[in-house]
Design a protein around this ligand. Structure first.
Ligand SMILES: NC(=O)c1ccc[n+]([C@@H]2O[C@H](COP(=O)([O-])OP(=O)(O)OC[C@H]3O[C@@H](n4cnc5c(N)ncnc54)[C@H](O)[C@@H]3O)[C@@H](O)[C@H]2O)c1
Length: 254
């Protein structure tokens, strides 16, 4: 296993944290993770997907892009089947796709609640279910789910988002227990306040208020998350499962 490329599927790979994860897994050999061939899933911006493929594809790694809605089980199953055929199997799954639709509950629509839960939580069920058979058959797998610190501590105006991310944590721990005997580890990474298009929507006042709760007094970068994800997929993390690792500049400490 360690002498050949690993094979990874990453949801939400075209920008932000997902893009950094795709690059980290594909372009770098670190912490015992050899170069990985990567299939990433995206739902918008075909040019971004093409650009990423061109940027990191190399003789050492193969990069495939699949356009699909991560909240659809049918699409997840079709995409994973296609990706597994192209990659020749799957060793690593990173469930990263996510959205926000923030509002106080009094003003939150049913659609905004459902969309966030489908994209952030159901997608994790969809892709995990789709990779299980090949991972169980080879008795090896590394699954990392991207949750959020607000799944741990909550946040006013984000009841839909924090509920979906707390759900990801419960799902992660249950899957870790179900799959440990098959040598499949399942962990979650909880980013704090990271510089991406998701947080670019915040105004200066919201930004300052959030940073007051960050002991390191600065935002994180997508690469800060990607490096921890790569570590959890590496041989150095073989005995870690069911954990939630906050990468948040000290924001939660729980
Ligand atoms: N940025 C932060 O501060 C922060 C903090 C905590 C957690 N997170 C989580 O990290 C993950 C990545 O966030 P980001 O900041 O990079 O966000 P982003 O908005 O920059 O990127 C999200 C990615 O998910 C993809 N995506 C969204 N809906 C999808 C769908 N239905 N099907 C397929 N792909 C879909 C988008 O195309 C995009 O590539 C998310 O799960 C987010 O909740 C981010």
């Amino acid at each position: 296993m360690s002498q050949k490329n690993k094979r990874a599927i990453v949801t939400g790979g075209t920008r932000g944290i997902g893009r950094a994860i795709v690059k980290e897994l594909a372009a770098k050999s670190c912490c015992g993770v050899l170069f990985s061939d990567v299939a990433f899933i995206y739902n918008s911006c075909d040019e971004c997907a093409e650009e990423l493929q061109k940027e990191i594809g190399s003789p050492a790694t193969k990069i495939y892009a699949f356009k699909a809605d991560a909240s659809s089980l049918e699409q997840a199953q079709a995409t994973v089947a296609d990706a597994v055929e192209k990659l020749g199997g799957v060793d690593i799954l990173i469930n990263n796709a996510g959205i926000t639709r923030d509002n106080l509950l009094l003003r939150m629509s049913e659609k905004d609640f459902d969309d966030v839960v489908s994209t952030n939580l159901k997608s994790v069920f969809n892709y995990t279910k789709a990779v299980l058979k090949p991972m169980m058959a080879q008795r090896y797998g590394r699954i990392v789910n991207i949750t959020s610190v607000v799944g741990l501590i909550g946040n006013a105006g984000q009841s839909n988002y924090s509920a979906s991310k707390a759900g990801v944590i419960g799902f992660t721990k249950s899957m870790a227990r179900e799959l440990a005997s098959r040598n499949i580890t399942v962990n979650a990474v909880a980013p704090g306040f990271i510089e991406t298009e998701m947080t670019a929507k915040l105004n200066e006042a919201q930004r300052e208020a959030l940073l007051r709760n960050v002991p390191m007094a600065r935002m994180g970068k997508p690469e800060d998350i990607a490096r921890v994800v790569a570590f959890l997929c590496s041989e150095d993390a073989d005995y870690i499962t069911g954990q939630v690792i906050a990468v948040d500049g000290g924001m939660t400490m729980c």
